[in-house]
Design a protein around this ligand. Structure first.
Ligand code: GAL
Length: 712
């Protein structure tokens, strides 16, 4: 139900505007916090339901002093929002939103579906998920719900509907997070029946399914849909992939169920309250908090209905690795191909890692600016204050149980002040890359189900190519092979094991249109049913390459590979290549070893195709991410594709992130190395934080320097 306050406001506004704009419902004026959205939001997860209301103002005052500009609230508060079935209590949430508003802090509401209350799961036990071992989950933790259950969907939709009707036009609510970190699924009869229906829709007939999965193998042939089992690790590859796609589609429909209820009740435009990257209509945005390279579902499938991608960026044990962390940001930016939010990040340390050590002093600030450098427009700390009880008592926070700041608070307040100062320079800017790395969940799963050599880790493989290319190109997009690639000069596909027909054609068109494509080991081996192509690798791309993989070898020894990029001891995996076209050139060859099969055989080949080119790397260049051969290969790829990075090599440990728009570009330098470093700049830049013009920057460990200049 609408609050009386909202009703009165909208009725009054409607009366005022009635003669001129009878068809347009009037929007309430945005709150001061929402009316002037910062380009960069500092945020925190706040749980007002856990604290006496008399305490709220003190917490919000401390937040405001730290330049916190939004809080995410509500995402685990179902038992307070609906204490018993059908009895909603949203007034306290309204009061919390109003309290935040008084402190110029905007609100993102999380729908509470990741933690159903006890009354719900007791009344409707079928809403509890069934684990893979057949046992039903129970109340007492979170994520115990069944994502496929119609009753659970009805209840979560009702809740989203109630929230959106009450707050969908709230002037201080800028957006919505649906649920929280989709992960645990259910294996019971409900999911089973839905999987059967999903298979019928996809394959039409059992004959078709049997053929495409080659079920004649091991007498797997199915005579009835109900005979098809659910397998997650050892089943037929077509079955394994189908289950994962079903899981992804089910998360999408689970999300859409709530999203539709929210979208129907948000807008019309409330004006000015939308952060960069939000929906075109400037309504309250809708997102969900994803988890980087977590592979429980296909994130490209699930993100397509959202206005904006966001993710939860945790280090866990150790210190930040700028390469793997940067790749996770670039992955998230690639879901909707625009800026995104870091919806949660660690305030120093977490509580769920084998060793919950703290990031070094200064590391939280460096991490926040790395986030922004990769295209984040918000960084939000989980959580504001320690819970007095509950499963996460040891987690890092910004204030302690006593309500006073912990040592990290000052570092986060500094980030907030810097976000405010640098925001205008970063407003409307994003990362623009000439280079893309292709990533698909299908390919990633396909390799992980059949690694063939356990040491072949597709993610480590991707990080190695990403790191080598990023060190020289400074910005990389990570995108799905089905999207348009026209904007890229260079596209690198590390171990893109599986290709749909559409993806294969997309890559072929890309090369014919002048693009430079590099495929690496294990690419283009499998079709969209996770079956083998009838052509050897790279399957549908073999004739374009004028060459192919004659045989693949999992290695238990080291094999030298020698040629254009230097000399590398290749490990883990080797592919024996051949050329079939006179203009396909050999770039690298294997040396002699007792294995014999690879002696003097091609290890990397390339062919020019019009203005474009296609290259295949059969040797393992990725097991040592620091290898000079990998660096030389990356340099060759960039030169072959005519990519001329705006800046040359950086001192070890120094990273550069560039965001730009038509008028100007912002360069962010961070030094992650122990040793101080100095970098000479190609032109004069304005120093955004320190002021003045500069031609060089000096950085101690974790120093951050933000520069801007007109776009050349
Ligand atoms: C996230 C989760 C939060 C909190 C946090 C602790 O995965 O979304 O609710 O549990 O971890 O690090």
């Amino acid at each position: 139900m609408n609050t009386p306050r909202t009703l009165i406001l909208s009725l009054a506004a409607a009366l005022l505007l009635a003669p001129a704009l009878t068809a347009q419902p009037a929007a309430p004026a945005p709150s001061p916090a929402a009316a002037n959205p910062p380009a960069l939001y500092l945020g925190t997860a706040w749980y007002p339901e856990q604290w006496p209301e008399s305490r709220w103002d003190a917490d919000l005052t401390l937040m405001e002093q730290a330049h916190v500009r939004f809080v995410r609230i509500g995402e685990f508060a179902w038992s307070r929002l609906e204490p018993s079935e059908g009895h909603y209590d949203l007034d306290w949430l309204d009061r919390a939103i109003r309290a935040a508003e008084r402190h110029h802090i905007a609100v993102v509401i999380g729908t509470p579906s990741a933690a159903p209350p006890a009354w719900l799961t007791t009344t409707y036990p079928e809403t509890l998920r069934i684990k893979e071992d057949g046992r039903r989950d129970e109340h007492g933790n979170r994520q115990q719900f069944n994502w496929a259950d119609p009753k659970y969907r009805e209840l979560t939709r009702d809740m989203a509907d109630q929230l959106a009707k009450r707050f969908g036009h709230d002037p201080n609510v800028i957006g919505w997070q649906i649920d929280n970190e989709y992960s645990d699924i259910s294996f019971g009869p409900i999911a089973r029946a839905q999987f059967d229906a999903w298979l019928k829709t996809r394959y039409g007939t059992l004959d078709n399914l049997n053929t495409r999965w080659t079920t004649a193998y091991w007498s797997e042939t199915y005579n009835d849909w109900s005979q098809i089992p659910i397998e997650t690790t050892d089943g037929n590859p077509g079955l394994l992939l189908s289950w994962k796609r079903f899981v992804s589609d089910t998360w999408r429909s689970y999300q859409k169920n709530q999203l539709d209820a929210i979208r129907a009740n948000t807008g019309p435009p409330t004006g000015g309250l939308c952060p960069v990257g939000c929906n075109a209509e400037k309504r309250q945005f809708i997102t969900t908090n994803m988890m980087g390279f977590y592979d429980g579902y296909d994130h490209y499938t699930v993100s397509q209905d959202l206005d904006m991608a966001s993710w939860d960026d945790y280090v866990g044990t150790g210190q930040l690795n700028p390469v793997s962390n940067g790749a996770a940001h670039d992955l998230t930016r690639g879901f909707l191909r625009k800026n995104f939010w870091v919806m949660e990040t660690q305030p120093g340390f977490v509580n769920w890692s084998p060793n919950n050590n703290s990031l070094d002093k200064g590391g939280v600030r460096a991490m926040a600016w790395l986030d922004v450098g990769h295209g984040a427009d918000a960084v939000s700390y989980w959580q504001w204050r320690s819970d007095l009880n509950g499963q996460e008592e040891y987690h890092g926070t910004l204030v302690g149980t006593d309500g006073t700041p912990v040592p990290l608070y000052a570092e986060v307040a500094r980030i907030g002040a810097e976000f405010a100062k640098a925001g205008p320079a970063l407003e409307g800017t994003t990362v623009k890359s000439d280079v893309a790395i292709l990533h698909s969940y299908d390919a990633y799963w396909a390799i992980n189900w059949q690694r063939h050599n356990n040491a072949f880790d597709p993610l480590a493989n991707l990080f190695a190519y990403y790191g080598a290319l990023r060190a020289q190109a400074h910005s990389i997009d990570i995108v799905n092979p089905s999207v348009s690639l026209a904007q890229y000069k260079l596209v690198v596909a590390p171990a893109l094991n599986l290709l749909t027909d559409q993806q294969a054609q997309n890559l072929i068109d890309y090369v014919h249109n002048g693009g430079h494509l590099v495929l690496t080991q294990r690419s283009a081996m499998k079709n969209e049913d996770n079956g083998l192509f009838t052509e050897r690798q790279p399957g549908p791309l073999a004739s374009l390459l004028g060459g192919r993989v004659e045989q693949y070898y999992a290695l238990d020894t080291t094999i030298p590979v020698i040629g254009t990029w230097g000399t590398e001891p290749t490990k883990i995996w080797a592919e024996l290549l051949s050329t079939s076209s006179p203009d396909t050139k050999v770039l690298m060859r294997y040396g002699k070893t007792p294995l014999g099969w690879l002696d003097d055989q091609p290890a990397a080949i390339t062919r020019k195709v019009g203005k474009g080119s296609i290259t295949y790397i059969g040797a393992d260049l990725a097991s040592d991410p620091e290898s000079p051969t990998l660096a030389a290969a990356a340099k060759w790829m960039l030169a072959d594709a005519n990519v001329h990075p705006e800046f040359g090599a950086l001192p070890p440990g120094v990273d550069l992130y560039i965001r730009k728009n038509a008028s100007h570009e912002v360069w962010i330098f961070i030094n992650f190395a122990e040793a101080p470093q100095t970098v000479a700049l190609p032109t004069a830049f304005e120093n955004v934080l320190a002021g003045g013009q500069t031609h060089s920057v000096s950085l101690k460990r974790f120093d951050v320097v933000i520069l801007q200049r007109p776009t050349p």
